[in-house]
Design a protein around this ligand. Structure first.
Ligand SMILES: Cc1cc2nc3c(=O)[nH]c(=O)nc-3n(C[C@H](O)[C@H](O)[C@H](O)COP(=O)(O)O)c2cc1C
Length: 166
C-alpha cells in the first residue's frame, strides 16, 4: 500500500498530533497540512486520509473553509479515502464532530470510495450529523473527554483501513 497521504488542518495542534500518530502506523505516508499546501497534491494519491476538526457550533475548521472551493474541484474517482474527525462531545453534544459530514458529502459527490466508518458506541452525545446508516463516517476522536481511548481507537481503525486501501 504505497501512494498514501494524510491531509489535515489543525487550529490548536490536536488534529496535527493525531495525524502524526497515524503516520507512525503507515509506511511511506506523506503528511500535508492544508493550511500550507492547500489541496494541490491531493490528485497525486490513490489512498488518502483526511483529518478535520469541528469549530464554532458545527462548522468546518477555518483552513478547510479557506481551501473548500479548490477542494471541491478535485476528482476523487478511483481514489480510496478515509476521514478522521476531532470534536468535544461534552461541550458540543448536539454538533459533535459535525464537520466530518460536509467533507464526507463532498468526497462522495466527487466519486471517492469512502472507507473507515466506525461505531457510535462508547461516545456520549445528543446529536451528530456525522452519522450515516448508523455509523460515524470515519474515526471520531475526543481528546478533551476521552483521550485515554485515542491510541486504541487509532490502532483498530488503521488495522481495518489497511485491508481496504489499495
Ligand atoms: C470555540 C470552539 C468551538 C468548538 N465547536 C465544536 C463543535 O461544534 N463540535 C465539536 O464536536 N467540537 C467543537 N469544538 C472542539 C474542537 O473540535 C476540538 O477541541 C478539536 O480537538 C480541535 O482540534 P484542532 O485544534 O486540531 O483544530 C470546539 C472548540 C472550540 C474551542
Amino acid at each position: 500500500m504505497k501512494n498514501i497521504a494524510i491531509f489535515y488542518a489543525s487550529t490548536t495542534g490536536k488534529t496535527k498530533c493525531i495525524a502524526d500518530e497515524i503516520s507512525i502506523h503507515l509506511d511511506e505516508l506523506k503528511e500535508y497540512n492544508i493550511r500550507i499546501t492547500g489541496a494541490e497534491y491531493m490528485s497525486e494519491y490513490s489512498n488518502i486520509i483526511f483529518g478535520i476538526s469541528t469549530w464554532d457550533g458545527g462548522s468546518i475548521q477555518e483552513d478547510w473553509q479557506k481551501i473548500w472551493d479548490e477542494f471541491s474541484t478535485i476528482d476523487f474517482k478511483n481514489k480510496t479515502v478515509a476521514i478522521f474527525g476531532l470534536g468535544d462531545q461534552k461541550k458540543y453534544p448536539d454538533k459533535f464532530v459535525a464537520a466530518m459530514r460536509p467533507l464526507y458529502d463532498q468526497l462522495k459527490k466527487a466519486g471517492a470510495n469512502v472507507i473507515g466508518f466506525t461505531s457510535t458506541e462508547d461516545y456520549n452525545f445528543e446529536d451528530s450529523n456525522a452519522i450515516v446508516n448508523g455509523e460515524f463516517v470515519g474515526l471520531v476522536l475526543d481528546l478533551e473527554n476521552q483521550s485515554e481511548e485515542t491510541t486504541s481507537r487509532i490502532e483498530n481503525w488503521i488495522t481495518a483501513l489497511k485491508k481496504d486501501f489499495i
